[in-house]
Design a protein around this ligand. Structure first.
Ligand code: S3P
Length: 171
């Protein structure tokens, strides 16, 4: 690992990765980047449009590229899309120079925080809670590969970010 490993936030949609990564970057005086933002910049379309027009496999290939690029850098806070963990190559890349932090959230809190499904095509279904529970079950072992896990239910991004800072000190 290089001198300043990246701090990488993983976790389900609605776990607060984007807001928390911004607070964390401020507290650690680092730059913050997001895999989803990179993809939106490349494509000039929203995530929902990419899913609709090009399909999920195409999105995943761009996500793979974004992760590979960012894993080569150091001293960043990286906000990963919730499905990054599905590809073992992504986890392997991210771990070469980074500390994985899992923001763990219950299905109920995820539902509360993802009401605007236009931003989350995978939750744009008649029963989003059932979809959340199914995907969480499929991904539980993948998120569990993080070095640090923080429960986010009922917490603000500021609280979660401060908790991460103190856990990082104990590593
Ligand atoms: C996805 C999560 C989203 C986005 C895409 C797919 C997923 O990112 O990458 O809609 O598979 O969990 P956020 O976790 O930032 O919402």
């Amino acid at each position: 690992m290089k001198n300043s490993p990246n701090i990488i936030l993983i976790g389900f949609m609605g776990s607060g990765k984007t807001s928390t990564s911004k607070v964390l970057a401020r507290l650690l005086e680092r730059s913050c980047v997001s895999t989803d933002d990179k993809i939106v910049d490349w494509e000039g379309r929203t995530i929902a449009q990419i899913f609709e027009v090009r399909g999920e496999p195409y999105f995943r290939s761009l996500e793979r590229r974004a992760v590979a690029e960012l894993s080569d850098k150091s001293a960043l806070v990286i906000d990963c899309g919730g499905g990054v963990v599905k590809d073992p190559a992504n986890i392997a890349d991210l771990k070469t120079n980074g500390i994985l932090v899992h923001l763990k959230t219950s299905p109920e809190w995820i539902l509360r925080r993802t009401k605007d499904v236009t931003k989350r095509p995978l939750l744009d279904v008649p029963d989003p809670l059932a979809r959340i529970e199914k995907l969480l079950k499929e991904r539980a072992s993948m998120y569990a590969q993080a070095e640090i896990t923080v429960d986010t239910d009922g917490k603000t991004p500021e609280q979660v970010a401060r908790e991460i800072v103190s856990l990082l000190k104990n590593l």
